[in-house]
Each structure stands twice: as C-alpha cells, then as structure tokens.
Design a protein around this ligand. Sequence first.
Ligand code: HEM
Length: 397
Amino acid sequence: MSLVEYEETRNFAAMIAEVVSERRMPPWHADRGVGRFRNERGLSRAEIDTLQAWVDANTPRGDPALMPPAPEPKDTWQIGEPDLIIEMPEAVQVPAVGPLSYTYVQTPTHFEEDLWVQAAEVRPGNPKVMHHMIACISEESNPGAGSPAKMPVVSGLVARYLPGGSPMIMPEGSAIRIPRGAVLLWQIHYTPTGKAESDRSRIGIVLADAVPGGQLHFGVARTEHLLIPPHEAMHRVEAQFTFAVPGVLYSFTPHMHLRGRSVQYEARFPDGRRELLLYVPQYDYNWQTTYELAEPMRIPKGTVIQCVAHFDNSEQNPANPDPGKYVRWGERTEDEMMDGGMDIVFPNPIQEGRKVPNPARAGARPGPRGTGLSGGQIVLRDGTILDAYSTEGARGE
Ligand code: HEM
C-alpha cells in the first residue's frame, strides 16, 4: 500500500481517516507534549480535517490538471555524493531460518592521517534481511580477532542503519574522527526471511576538509544488568550517563528489543533542576527512531541523564516471543537491551581549523598495510580502489 495512486488510495479511505484521526499515522512514538524534535512526523489539525472532509465527500478525484506527477523512487545518497564508499568484499549469505548470531565485518582504513567524517550513510544491499547495522571505530589493528561473539572495545560510532532511522549528518562545526590507522567494525543484525538471501552493503562517507571545533560522540545511558521476570508487564530499569565535561546534546536513540514498552530521558542538572527531555510511551522495536532536538541543548559539566525504561514480558505484549521466560541482556532479538543513546558534541581537544587531507579530493594516501585482514575495498570518489578487510559471515545457531 503505497498511497501514491488515486484508485488504490481511495480503497483505504475509511482506514486512512481512522489512522490519521487517532494519530497512528504518520508514525511517531514520542509524546508530542515533551520536547520539540526537528524530524517529528505528524499532521496538523487542519491537515487531518482536510483528509476527513475528503473521505466524508466520498473521496472525489479533484482536478486532474492540478495533480502532481508521481514521485520517482530515488537511487541517490541522502548525504550527497560520498568521498569514500566502503563496500563489502562479497555478499554475506543469510540463511533461510534463524536465530542468527550477529555478523561482523572489519575494515582497516589505512590512511596516513585522521579522517573527519561529516556525514555517513549505510545503504543495505538487501533491505529485506538487514534489521540494523552499526559501524564502530577501533584503534586496535585487528580488534576482536577470533572472538566476534561480542563487540570489541571501540572508541565510537561512525555510521548506523536502523529501521525507521536516517543517515548520520553531523551538526554544523562537528565531525566524527576516524584516527589514523583505525579499523571500522560493522556489526550487522540480519533477520531471516524464510528463504536463503544474500546482502552486500555499503557505507558512504562525506569527509570534512578541516578539523572542526567539535567532535561528535555517541553517549549511552546503558545497563546490561537486566533480569525481567516471566509475565511481568511493567518491569522498570534505570541507567545514567554523566557529562564529565560540558557538551551539546543533539539527539536521542533509545534501543530496546521486543519487550521494550516505554522509555524516558530526564536531565538532572548540577543546580538541582530536572527536565524531561523525551518520553516514548509506546516503544516499538520496529521503529528505532533517532529523535533530533529542534534546538540542541548546551549541557553543563556534571549533568546526569537519567534514563528509565519499562519492559512488558506479559502475554498482553503481542511482540513477546515467550512470556514464560526470565529475560536477560543479550544480542539476540529475544534477549533484551537497555540503551539510552545520545548524539553529543564535545569540544574538540585537537586544534581546530587545520586543513586535513581529503583522500578523495587530494589523491589517495593509504598508509602501510599489514593488519592481516583480507578482501574487500574502499572506493574513492575518483574511482581509486583502496584497502582490504574481512567478514565473519552470518551463522545460524
Ligand atoms: C498522512 C500520511 C499517512 C497516511 C494517511 C498513512 C496511512 C496508513 C494506513 C491506512 C496504514 C494501514 C494501517 C493498518 O493496517 O492498521 C498504514 C500503515 C503503515 N504506514 Fe502509514 N500513513 C502515512 C504516513 C506514513 C509514513 C510517513 C510512514 C513512514 C515513515 C508510514 C509507514 C507505515 C508503515 C510501516 C505501516 C505498516 C504498519 C506499521 O508498521 O505501523 N506511514 N499507513
């Protein structure tokens, strides 16, 4: 149901009136009374009334001369033309049935200088099977070698693909630093479709030409201490993130799994003041939205972000795979997580303004190889091919 063609759309008239008046569509899971978000999806009262009037008038076609052309599906990068495209060396084979372990891909960058990432977008080769993907930065030369069961220590996130999410475009004056010689780690959650599938995904990166004043970090109020009793409908879990230095808060990306019921973020300022920043009363695992603040917030040193989540492990939760089980922290969809993610810009300790080479524009400057990883490639804007990396394929359990 694309709602693009008139004949198709009118068949859903009654349902459209219902979902827009109940504000189930367009989808937005946060409480509209808390905070203001620049990516908020919603219709105004007047827009809802217009749709209702159209349905009440028996869905008239209107003047065909005024009809806009149907939008063409676009095959372009939302971040603009990338400077670097990092592509999987070969397709990952995703089995027909699961559950699956996470798939890991390691990508040595081999550049002689730090890279400063202004925007990053993941384009799944096969969106049917990719539930989500995060690409992290590790300064180790061969992180997690031999033990891909858990994400190795990483210094930050550089790209993410989440259901209902959008590409990472860094706030003005900030970028994500990929230190010289770092390895990118892709952690991919594939979901089987009942039929064997394959996926060959890419990450597009737009680089800054100069060192910015701020570095973007993905801060997380998180805990792995989860034990959700069977049949418990309102299990409360809390986690904190403390601002050790002042920063500017841009967005929230809460993450839970199938028992996630609600989540809220509250700022507790050093002067004792408290402010509710985001409340998601009906969390939905299928919508891993990043809630982007309409006005980024300056957060003083010492502020604590208190994240409170509730989990529903009862039979009333239609997404619950098994209400009879104790649920612990884990990476599988049927385990749980409690991550209160935030995009925060901290002042850059590295001198601002210095021009940095952009390998895509100034010619490739790969550093020495020798991490022991093989396969794969990084393609620069001018078509130069660099680099090599390895994959740990999706495996059924
Ligand atoms: C005025 C705008 C919109 C209207 C009138 C509309 C209408 C509808 C209707 C009638 C349904 C079926 C509901 C049902 O089966 O109960 C639906 C489902 C759905 N719509 Fe929309 N929609 C709108 C905007 C959007 C937008 C902007 C998105 C994506 C960002 C979206 C994503 C979906 C999805 C994924 C479903 C499947 C059910 C779900 O996951 O909740 N819709 N929509």
